[in-house]
Design a protein around this ligand. Structure first.
Ligand code: IVH
Length: 684
């Protein structure tokens, strides 16, 4: 390939990727399936690795990959980064508005009549609760990202900010400004924050108090590879320097302009006249606060016209043309009354704090999570302590810190309970683990319930209709203890349950009966062995072929299976060494739980290994999940979207855009009948 051709293709790929980034991150309306985006991305990366001198810093491939920096450099802000004054009530906002109108005086009045006094047009924005940063672009290329710092000097965090996927490395559009400084907020969306904390808790690491701390902690890393793994997003909210674009007369217009250049702005921004509009905006956003994907701590109200902003100017460190209009706080102080421990499926103890009820952001909170025992030790939280709790929307309230100076006399550190609060068995906590567990195993009713819920769940034995409520009652009434007991249930056992009826009981019994016919991977998954998820269960079943072979395998044999390491292997071997587990398995088989022989089906050969299949539309003879499972058992990968690499698309009724994709890429399309043929030819 000629160098010129490569250079041209690289340019073309970068432009395409930028366009698709814009569709995805700014407009929230992607045109391409992820797999196709990945294909373009990999092609670019491949060309760049073969022609390193054609790599540029603004290439979409260059987000991560930089080395850790030795220390943060300081950056002087050309224009200081100010903060905002706050108002907390309708009255205070009315005062703000009156002061602004007084100052504007005649300037505002032009064109208004006496009966309707002139009103200010405001740009109303959510106040994102993250970290303010400044981004400087020269000739459309991101040159520098900095924190606010003290407003005059901040820290250079370009290496981390480059890893935030919706921060454009290069601006798009026909004309890019020679110089542009955009400011905005880096936030961690609630969902990503929850996931990050769950992962930290599972590893026994410290959890973050709230999404803002998590965002700040991520940007304060010297190593950009850490920031790259954190789910961060950037929202632009102001333009402070712009040279080379059509002048815009308003804040609202400026935001639309930067959106065109590739910046994400909040979808909640509205423009309207006067205090009533602002109050309605405030109430609307407050009502929807919990359902927004990111945290906000109020709204920001800005005088929209830039000439009015200029006229109003600044007072000390804050503009007179804008104010934060804050919501009630999401943190509150209360007392810790007690700590209870909940027991999960694998016996893991989760400490739950009982609190003196306190209102946080309009909701009364009386429980909070402490994640794991490590967290209790780290904070040294004690009964009677005054503590700060944090609650946001659907995030479970958590204890953030202890106010040690308010600690009453005579408190003692909280001990790890010696016995399970549910069954009284010993609590175990291996030296190197954060998680303490009840050693009672399936003797413990709490673990029984969780294990049974897992056993009957859709992706395990799939006992239709046997929901959590029934399991709870069945265990509480001592009608069942283990999964094997399910298969001895009789109608007269079920009828006394609350809200049970003849018909329901019949249906449940039929569903239990039907579940006896299962598959080895499902059965293995249903056993609820620690560390054995669906994918691992499938790999193990395929590798060994029979349950007896799996039960007989030692750690080293288990480690021969794809993706099974020492931790998983130990967990499986330990499980099958417990006499109690062996007894339950024997009873399950005795009571008719069975699965087809994998060997007989030639399953272990995996005839479709290495192929990627895509299912679309609905099938008549089975659900998509069932088809997926069968294809996977034959070794195929089942993907969600079509790409050039797809081996085959199965089109059911009302197949959608994937069919068009298949045509575009020239991928084979088959119907349900042909799928059934493929499956039956492999004994499925
Ligand atoms: S404008 C001079 N708009 O709130 C005006 N700030 O104390 C500067 N913030 O540090 C800020 N959302 O981090 C503005 N839509 C928004 C905002 C916003 C969040 C933060 C920003 C600033 C703090 C104000």
């Amino acid at each position: 390939m000629q160098r010129d051709d490569v250079a041209r293709e690289i340019d073309q790929l970068r432009a395409e990727l930028r366009h698709h980034n814009y569709r995805y991150y700014v407009l929230d309306d992607p045109e391409l399936p992820d797999s196709e985006y990945d294909r373009l991305f990999h092609r670019l990366r491949d060309l760049e690795s073969r022609f390193p001198d054609l790599v540029t810093a603004d290439s979409p491939t260059r987000r991560v990959g930089g080395e850790a920096i030795p220390a943060f450099a300081t950056v002087k802000h050309e224009i200081p980064m100010l903060s905002l004054d706050n108002v907390f009530s309708a009255e205070e906002f009315t005062d703000f508005d009156r002061r602004a109108r007084d100052r504007l005086g005649d300037l505002l009045g032009q064109g208004a009549d006496l009966l309707s006094p002139p009103q200010i047009t405001y740009c109303c924005e959510p106040k994102l609760d993250g970290l303010a940063i400044s981004l400087v672009y020269e000739d459309g290329v991101l040159m520098r990202a900095a924190t606010r710092g003290d407003g005059v000097t901040g820290e250079d965090i370009t290496h981390n900010v480059r890893t935030i996927k919706n921060v454009p490395l290069r601006l798009q559009g026909e004309t890019v400004p020679r110089l542009l400084e955009v400011r905005g907020e880096v936030v961690m969306p609630k969902a990503g924050f929850l996931r990050l904390n769950e992962q930290a808790a599972a590893r026994g690491d410290k959890t973050f108090a709230n999404p803002r701390n998590a965002a700040a902690g991520s940007l304060r890393q010297l190593d950009p590879r850490i920031a790259a793994q954190r789910p961060l997003e950037f929202y632009a909210y102001s333009v402070v320097r712009c040279d080379g674009l059509k002048p815009e007369p308003s804040q609202y217009g400026l935001l639309q302009q930067v959106r065109q250049l590739s910046f994400r702005i909040s979808g909640e921004i509205r423009r309207g006249e006067g205090t009533e509009f602002v109050q309605a905006f405030y109430r609307d956003i407050q009502a929807r606060r919990d359902s927004l994907p990111y945290e906000i701590d109020g709204v920001v109200i800005k005088v929209d016209a830039l000439r009015f902003q200029q006229e109003l100017g600044f007072v000390s460190r804050a503009p007179r043309w804008a104010t934060a209009y804050k919501f009630p706080a999401q943190e509150a102080i209360t007392k810790l009354l007690a700590v209870h421990f909940q027991v999960g499926r694998t016996g893991a103890l989760t400490p739950v704090a009982r609190l003196e009820p306190v209102s946080v952001g309009g909701v009364t909170v009386s429980n909070a999570t402490l994640h794991n025992f490590d967290e209790i030790e780290r904070m040294d939280v004690r009964i009677g302590d005054s503590i700060v709790i944090y609650r946001a929307g659907d995030v479970i309230p958590k204890i953030v810190r202890v106010l040690a100076d308010r600690r009453p006399a005579g408190t003692t550190p909280l001990p790890l309970p010696a016995h399970c609060p549910v069954c009284g068995s010993d609590i175990e906590r291996p030296e190197d683990e954060a998680i303490a567990r009840c050693s009672g195993g399936l003797f413990c009713p709490a673990q029984q319930k969780e294990a049974l819920k897992h056993f009957v769940s859709r992706r395990a034995m799939d006992v239709e209709g046997l929901g959590d409520k029934w399991i709870e009652q069945l265990v509480d009434l001592a009608l069942i203890k283990t999964s094997a007991d399910l298969f001895c249930l009789k109608k007269e056992d079920l009828l006394p349950l609350e809200r049970m009826g003849e018909k329901l009981a019949d249906n449940l019994l039929r569903a239990i009966d039907r579940s006896r016919a299962t598959t080895l991977p499902r059965f293995l998954y249903a056993l609820g062995i620690r560390e054995v998820g669906e994918a691992t269960a499938l790999n193990i079943a395929r590798h060994f072929g029979t349950l007896d072979a799996i039960m007989a395998a030692d750690e080293s044999a288990l480690m021969q299976v794809v993706d099974v390491g020492p931790v998983v292997a130990e967990s499986i071997a330990t499980f099958f060494r417990q006499p109690h587990n062996l007894e339950v398995i024997a009873k399950l088989r005795e009571r008719g739980v069975h699965w087809p022989d994998l060997e007989a089906q030639g399953l272990r050969e995996q005839p479709l290994a290495g192929q990627t299949w895509v299912l679309t539309g609905s099938l008549g003879t089975m659900s998509r999940d069932q088809a997926k499972e069968k294809l996977q058992q034959l070794g195929a990968k089942v993907a969600g979207s079509v790409s050039k690499k797809t081996h085959c698309v199965v089109a059911g009724e009302a197949a959608g855009s994937k069919l068009a994709d298949a045509e575009k890429f020239g991928v084979t399309v088959i119907d349900e009948a042909a799928l059934l043929n493929v499956l039956s030819s492999h004994g499925m």
